[in-house]
Design a protein around this ligand. Structure first.
Ligand SMILES: [Zn+2]
Length: 536
């Protein structure tokens, strides 16, 4: 009897703690953080909408180049909504800063760049606090694994092969102090040799600080990483080889490579066997099992003569998706969107799937090497291949890769049957664009609002209650798609119904047991102390 009372009290305490964590917090939107300059910055973007487009937030490094010689003038880290309104900004006058920008938690971005060029930083947009990891540096990409607290990035090094100086890459896993915990070398296991060198003269000068005055063969030019945490698998893209590899991080073994120098037979969209499906691509990512998306730059396309100077009028970058069959070792184009030559992007670029099913392409180079070129262009295309929105920047403004952020609303429903009417509490967890309204519909009824109508209350007996809910910010940015909670159970006729799960009961018993042990231990030690006190 005493145990069950204690169990109830402890369980109630646990439930209260849990519901406090999940309950909506008051969110104070961050003011525009302008670190180095007080002059207002307006994002130089022209947005054209042609169809039903995604709404949310975009975070990216925006680079302003001198329009005559294309040297870098300024770097900005821009956070804007899909209407082009600026929400947050950082500025740097360094060489291109803010390379990869990643959204890592509700209020926080991770970026490589300012104040120390290629090092990693976390930036909390709400508090404007920056956390620096000066020894976590690399090139092109950075991944943070929250469960290990470690980072994955790319580092290059010079290897002498057949008497020639060749720039190669390693994947490195680093802890927050920058200690190298694990590496994988693009030269390992003899996957690639100088025979695989791009025929269009991929070289790099001494700008990277290696062997000043000498020219290095840029054999691999790795530029993107994906770490599938639960399988501990890594995908690494090597731009200059037109190939990406799947690596078992646990064993450090390469499972396969796919592309011009890989293990798969390649088929284009017409089923025709081809030597390569892409040319010097960026940002390879497995987006669903067996489907990989990437940005195919169409640079050094060896079905044409090598270009001596950049010329966009004959080239077409595209968003590309490839279906991979690991049983029969084939890969074929499953979806693509080819841009007009006016968007040709010989370097940088990204393809992403948005939460509404559309694709967003970063055709990001600051020039497309055509007459009257614009700068970076972002393109939203629906699955049918229809252009629904474009974001056009002026000539001289470049974007490496864009990160999309969806407004997100959470509910605190515990998934159980309740015996009395109850609330399902809703909260926006990332009000990046400022205060939000949360709307909802219970059982497909009328649209209600948390501010005006209170949190949704479940009053209809039965197991099929539904709750559709979504956030909308001050600027009208709406969470897409709406969230849907189904099978909410209310059983007012069954008083015997327990609201505790087996796990919560076990946890409650464990805590009660621990408390009893602690009480016994305290009592015992007090008695011992008293006994000792009696002796002396
Ligand atoms: Zn090349």
């Amino acid at each position: 009897m005493r145990i069950s009372l204690a169990f109830l009290l402890v369980s109630l305490a646990i439930l209260t703690a849990v519901s406090q964590v999940a309950s909506p917090s008051v969110y104070h939107p961050s003011v525009v953080a302008d670190n180095q300059n007080d002059s207002p910055f307006v994002v130089p973007v022209k947005i054209d909408t042609y169809g039903d487009a995604w709404s949310g937030y975009l975070a990216f490094g925006l680079w302003q180049f001198n329009s005559t010689d294309l040297s870098v003038l300024h770097s900005y880290l821009v956070v804007m909504n899909t209407k082009g309104q600026l929400l947050d900004i950082r500025r740097s006058n360094e060489i291109p800063s803010y390379w990869p920008v990643k959204y890592i938690s509700s209020d926080t971005l991770m970026f490589m760049g300012e104040p120390d060029s290629l090092a990693t930083h976390f930036w909390n947009m709400k508090t404007n606090k920056t956390t620096d990891f000066p020894n976590v540096w690399g090139h092109h990409d950075i991944i943070f694994n929250p469960s290990t607290g470690t980072f994955l990035t790319l580092r290059d090094y010079v290897r002498v092969i057949d008497g020639r100086n060749v720039l190669m890459d390693k994947i490195v896993e680093l802890n927050a102090a920058g200690d190298v915990l694990w590496t994988w070398d693009t030269y390992s296991d003899g996957h690639f040799s100088l025979n695989d060198e791009c025929p269009c003269n991929d070289t790099t000068g001494a700008s990277s600080g290696y062997l000043p005055g000498q020219t290095l063969i840029d054999l691999t030019h790795s530029n993107s990483l994906q770490w599938i945490f639960d399988e501990n698998v890594i995908y690494v893209n090597m731009r200059a080889l037109n190939t990406f590899c799947k690596i078992n991080k646990t064993t450090s073994q390469t499972i396969w490579c796919l592309g011009e120098h890989g293990n798969f037979t390649l088929y284009d969209a017409n089923g025709k066997r081809v030597p390569s499906l892409w040319y010097h691509s960026h940002d390879v990512e497995e987006v669903q099992p067996g489907i990989f998306s990437m940005f195919d730059n169409d640079y050094h396309n060896t079905t044409r003569p090598c270009q001596q100077t950049l010329n966009g009028t004959i080239s077409h970058s595209r968003m590309l998706e490839v279906a991979v069959n690991e049983q029969n070792m084939t890969a074929r184009v499953s979806w693509s969107w080819t841009a007009p030559s006016a968007y040709w992007t010989p370097y940088w670029g990204k393809e992403d799937r948005l939460t509404n099913g559309d694709r967003l392409g970063t055709f990001g180079s600051q020039s497309h090497y055509v007459p009257n070129s614009s700068g970076a262009v972002l393109v939203e295309v629906n699955p049918k291949g229809e252009l629904v929105r474009s974001y056009t920047f002026p000539y001289g403004w470049g974007i490496y890769r864009v990160e999309e952020i969806n407004l997100q609303t959470l509910n605190d429903y515990d998934g159980k049957w309740h015996s009395n009417d109850f609330n399902v509490n809703l909260a926006t967890i990332n009000a990046i664009g400022g205060a939000t309204d949360i709307y909802y519909k219970i059982n497909d009824g009328s649209i209600l609002n948390v501010d005006k109508n209170g949190q949704p209350r479940i009053t209809m007996p039965g197991g099929n209650n539904t709750l559709e809910y979504w956030s909308v910010d001050n600027a009208g940015i709406e969470e897409i798609p709406h969230k849907m909670l189904i099978g909410i159970g209310l059983n007012e006729t069954s008083p015997a119904n327990s609201s505790f799960t087996a796990n919560e009961q076990q946890l409650g018993y464990a805590i009660v047991f621990s408390l009893i042990v602690i009480v016994f231990a305290v009592v015992l030690s007090l008695r011992r102390m008293r006994k000792r006190g009696q002796r002396h």
